[in-house]
Write a protein that binds this ligand. Structure first.
Ligand code: BG6
Length: 549
């Protein structure tokens, strides 16, 4: 932990504790006093780490879309990293499946390149043995013959690698193919739902977006449900795999001191921000039909909200946690016919300067329609109607091409009820703020008032801040590494159950309908902006404002 004065630079005391409780010298040149761990509290020296990790069971993974971007950037590197940590079963193979014609050797060559570019800390030995377990099958996803060949090849590979465990079908393909591929898998007898004679288990992994509205999500789920039960379906929301998002649960439920103040009596408001500097990149064909509400808000933002605000589950068990998340989503106050208008703001980036570079307007990006009405920014004010949160505003915003990349959750506590320091002009004292920094500077900070040495009354905001990189000295694992491992161990905690997907779409349908009907403005903000007037008006209507990015 690094106690660092910000806006209060001469406080001058720094303490660092690593997780084993050993003392290290403070390295910040602005700090001039070093405390040992024992100076803070002797019991911290005895702090111990408790870890639990389960190695993957024997698995055959079949990746549809194996020659694509996701496999290249995330899946192959993530799996190799799991192997590097000694957690991949020695009985593992991956059968890539795609429309591109590759031989096994060509696929392996592509995988070598993927590991070289995107895997972290992989030894040559790991890379070699991982790549030996990769195979490839090309074909047309709509051709039933592909699935017969797949079945035969799978049987042969499972025998060769002595795999008696699960088949994991990973759909790394455009969402329009999810339903069709699932039907074919089912018809070929590969899904095993309710088939007692099925010797193996089968799991299906689907990426977001899960549908593009309530109706399509429901239809897709009906198709999936025909062949795979909910226990077999792993819906990925990669935000749930981020270490700092997982830490929300540990923070809230492994500490006694926060829960008593985690409610409307003590919290003034909650802000959740996902700000990106990137634009639409090469994904216009998908993004222009999606937009920020579908791409980020329906899933990542609402899932983070659920983790921050849900009730404590009775155990750290997938369904108990997912029950609480669903309960929370169900408690979000629905918007009346016109309320969405004062609760949601959208925007689209115009030309501007990001990180010192001129960038084009969204509508000028390659692949975006010149008359596009897709939003690249969305902000919302939500209320959760339950005893804990009644009337506490949750402000959520996400956008592309903003001033800085910053994902954070900020809990602002209520101001002190009465200031003792009015006589020296301090009628209003800044509130305490607890910030979970999700990325890029992963960590946490707590802002509070403290006396500055010297004058009789002199105070400033002290920022007690902890950065993962300072304490844990290791690269943060990729979200996909966690999610792929959990899928192989059969742990659904970090995967979205359909009730949450359904509730999120239900909540947002009035907004989507109104936006589609053009019943609300779509202002442009200059690329590289912090914010823009319509977005600022949302918290301003309640006398509050957005935190700086
Ligand atoms: C994806 C969205 O789910 O998340 C992208 O489709 C977005 O549009 C990305 O850029 C952001 O993820 P991260 O992990 O970079 O914050």
């Amino acid at each position: 932990m690094d106690l660092r004065a910000s806006g209060f630079q001469r406080l001058g005391a720094a303490a660092r504790i690593d997780v084993m409780g050993k003392h290290r010298a403070a390295s910040d040149p602005q700090e001039n006093t070093t405390m040992t761990v024992q100076d803070i509290h002797p019991s911290l020296a005895a702090m111990e780490i408790v870890c639990a990790e389960t190695a993957a069971a024997p698995t055959a993974m079949i990746v549809f879309g194996a020659s694509g971007d996701l496999a290249h950037r995330k899946l192959l590197p993530g799996l190799a990293q799991i192997q590097q940590r000694g957690l991949l079963s020695e009985h593992f193979c991956l059968l890539g499946c795609g429309r591109t014609e590759y031989s096994d050797e060509q696929f392996r060559q592509m995988a070598r390149e993927a590991l070289r570019k995107n895997a972290k800390g992989i030894s040559d030995d790991t890379a070699r043995s991982f790549i030996e377990g990769l195979y490839y099958l090309s074909g047309d996803y709509d051709d039933p013959a592909l699935y017969q060949r797949l079945k035969d090849r799978l049987a042969e590979l499972k025998a060769r690698h002595r795999i008696s465990g699960c088949d994991i079908f990973y759909l790394a393909v455009p969402p329009a193919l999810y339903g069709r591929i699932t039907e074919h898998l089912g018809a070929a007898g590969l899904s095993c739902k309710g088939e007692p004679e099925c010797q193996q288990c089968a799991r299906l992994v689907v990426e977001k977006p899960f549908g593009r509205d309530l109706q399509t999500a429901t239809e897709l789920n009906q198709t999936l449900d025909r062949w795979f039960s909910e226990e077999q379906i792993y819906r990925i929301d990669h935000y749930l795999g981020k270490e700092t998002v997982q830490n929300l649960m540990i923070f809230r439920f492994a500490n006694g001191i926060f829960e008593p103040v985690w409610n409307r009596s003590h919290i003034d408001n909650v802000q959740i921000t996902i700000a990106e500097t990137l634009g639409v990149e090469h994904r216009a064909s998908y993004y222009d039909h999606s937009g920020a509400l579908r791409d980020m808000f329906q899933n990542h933002m609402l899932q983070m909200l659920a983790l921050v605000a849900m009730e404590p589950p009775s155990s750290f068990d997938a369904d108990r946690i997912r029950d609480e998340k669903a309960k929370l989503l169900r408690s979000i106050r629905p918007f009346g016919f016109d309320e969405w208008n004062s609760s949601f703001v959208r925007g689209r980036y115009g030309p501007g300067i990001v990180n010192g570079q001129h960038v084009p307007a969204y509508r000028e990006e390659r692949g975006v329609a010149a008359d596009s009405t897709t939003e690249t920014f969305v902000a919302a004010r939500l209320f959760v109607d339950n005893w804990r949160w009644k009337d506490v505003p949750f402000y959520l915003r996400t956008g592309k091409r903003l001033a800085r990349k910053n994902t954070e959750i900020a809990i602002t506590f209520k101001q002190v009820p009465h200031s003792l320091f009015g006589s020296v002009g301090l009628d209003e004292l800044p509130p305490n703020v607890l910030v979970f920094r999700i990325q890029p500077e992963e960590g946490m900070s707590l802002h509070f008032q403290a006396k500055r040495p010297g004058s009789k009354i002199c105070m400033g905001t002290l920022n007690m801040s902890f950065a993962y990189k300072d304490v844990f000295h290791a690269e943060m694992p990729e979200a996909y590494e966690r999610l792929l491992l959990d899928c192989m161990t059969g742990d659904q905690t970090l995967f979205t159950r359909f009730d949450s997907v359904d509730l999120a779409w239900r909540l947002l349908m009035p907004v989507l309908d109104a936006w589609q009907a053009g019943r609300t403005p779509l202002p442009e903000y200059p690329a590289g902006s912090e914010s823009f007037p319509q977005a600022d008006a949302l918290p301003a209507a309640d006398g509050r404002r957005w935190r700086r990015l």
